[in-house]
Design a protein around this ligand. Structure first.
Ligand SMILES: Cc1ncc(COP(=O)(O)O)c(C=O)c1O
Length: 448
């Protein structure tokens, strides 16, 4: 990490008001044993960073684009998620799924905490290798690979990779016969947000044939991989997948392969993590003896809650109520970010981001509502492009009067957002990220 970023992180701790609060939380003044409340500190740091940025912008005077949407990322959140992972799944080494959010600071922190990386393309592999990460910490977890990428991985020595079909075996035989292969099996992903097994994963009844073909081709199968679907909600899916993996392990061993690693994929969600992890840990221990190496490929779990997005309201349209005498107008708000930008998660990831008011100019505009009204105002929220699909919320109720120039913010915007943003209509896909860190141990790691 560049020194200016660590300096910024450090200055967040050095900020007098925050430092005072941090010290009182840690009890350092009173001699009481340290109790650090990272989540509480996170709220303050994020709130301060959001306010500081928006207060630096005058939408009536600023340069074009200065009011663009921006992120605040709390690296301390990622650190806490990692500690939680280690507490619940001590046997499983996470290989962070870079596709979820390839933010370089996140990757650096995870690397320093000992994580490996799941890469899906040449660019992701290059990004991780450029950080000085050893090729052995990468798994190329894309069962259907581009031939030129396969040649690239062979050259770079990134040998761990998944496959799930016979055509891929012939491709690997031709381009990287020494690769360490993980046979990816399909799962019951019916209870997940994003189903993956419709596209990837060998059905159990074809796994034996694949193992035999690999044997004939003198390829090197070292393990089994699965993914229960992104945003999984059924712990039973993990249970069944681990059992199926055991069956394939046994068959592989019978055919003479040195089966040494199980890859449990991703699918973890912060809200249900403890329950899922308990089932996974118990099932893995039951079916795989301690000498078997266990890895996983979590993405969303690590980054979703770490990122908050702030957007500027660039336009507003009044929808007059022509039915109710006296009128209860509603309003269409147009923001400078939408589904073609960082809200791509609405389309691709089935998300429903929740708007919150960050700042209003508290202006009255002559319409029939007041700042002190008790009943909520109805809004719909739209993105900046000319496409009608670019809708963030069809209906949102708020007691706040939101007008042009005001700011809204959205929490939990760290997974499958920025990475799938486009430049449709000429809008930027390079929104600024302001980093804070609510965990002093993570700051220390990043300064190393
Ligand atoms: C092969 C693979 N591994 C890991 C992940 C990360 O999944 P999640 O973000 O649900 O943890 C994905 C997501 O699509 C994936 O396709």
């Amino acid at each position: 990490m560049g020194s200016c970023v660590t300096d910024t992180l450090y200055s967040n701790f050095a900020n007098p008001s925050l430092k005072r609060d941090y010290c009182s939380l840690s009890g350092s003044d009173s001699g009481v044993e340290s109790v650090h409340d990272g989540a509480k500190l996170a709220r303050e740091l994020i709130g301060n960073a959001l306010q500081k940025h928006i207060q630096s912008i005058d939408t009536d005077e600023c340069e074009a684009g200065a009011e663009d949407a921006f992120f605040v990322a709390d690296l301390g959140d990622v650190y806490r998620q990692h500690m939680r992972w280690k507490a619940h799944l001590p046997r499983i080494t996470p290989h962070y799924a870079v596709k979820c959010n390839p933010d370089p600071r996140i990757l650096e922190l995870l690397a320093k905490m000992g994580a490996g990386f799941d890469c899906a393309s040449k660019t992701e592999i290059e990004q991780v290798l450029a950080m000085g990460i050893d090729a052995s910490r990468i798994i190329y977890a894309q069962p259907c690979k581009t031939k030129s990428y396969l040649r690239f991985t062979a050259k770079q020595g990134v040998s761990q990779m998944t496959f799930d079909n016979v055509d891929e075996l012939y491709k690997i035989k031709e381009l990287f016969p020494a690769a360490q292969l993980f046979l990816r099996i399909s799962t019951d992903d019916s209870a997940s947000l994003c189903r993956l097994s419709q596209k990837f994963g060998a059905a159990m009844d074809v796994t034996e044939g694949l193992l035999k073909t690999a044997k004939q081709l003198e390829l090197n199968i070292v393990g089994v991989a699965f993914h229960v679907g992104s945003g999984a909600s059924d712990p039973g899916a993990f249970r069944q997948a681990v059992r199926d993996a055991r069956t394939v392990f046994d068959k592989g061993a019978e055919l003479g392969f040195n089966m040494h690693t199980l890859d449990c994929g991703g699918g973890f969600v912060s809200e249900t993590f403890d329950e899922m992890a308990a089932v996974l840990a118990e099932t893995v221990d039951k079916h795989f003896p301690p000498h078997v190496r266990i890895i996983a490929e979590p993405g969303r779990y690590y980054t979703s809650s770490a990122f908050t997005l702030a957007c500027n309201v660039i336009a507003r349209r009044t929808v007059e109520d022509k039915v109710t005498p006296g009128g209860n107008n509603s309003y269409m708000l147009y923001m400078n970010d939408g589904v073609y930008g960082n809200f791509s998660s609405i389309i691709f990831d089935h998300q429903h981001p929740i708007p919150r008011v960050l700042n209003t100019q508290a202006k009255q505009d002559g319409y029939r509502y007041s700042l002190s009204r008790d009943d909520a105002i109805t809004y719909s929220i739209w993105g900046p492009t000319c496409d009608g699909i670019d809708c963030i919320a069809q209906q949102w109720q708020s007691k706040d009067t939101v007008d042009v120039g005001d700011w809204l913010y959205f929490e939990d915007m760290g997974a499958y957002t920025k990475c799938s943003a486009t430049r449709f209509n000429g809008f930027t896909d390079k929104h600024e990220t302001i980093y804070v860190c609510s965990e002093p141990d993570a700051v220390a790691l990043l300064k190393e």
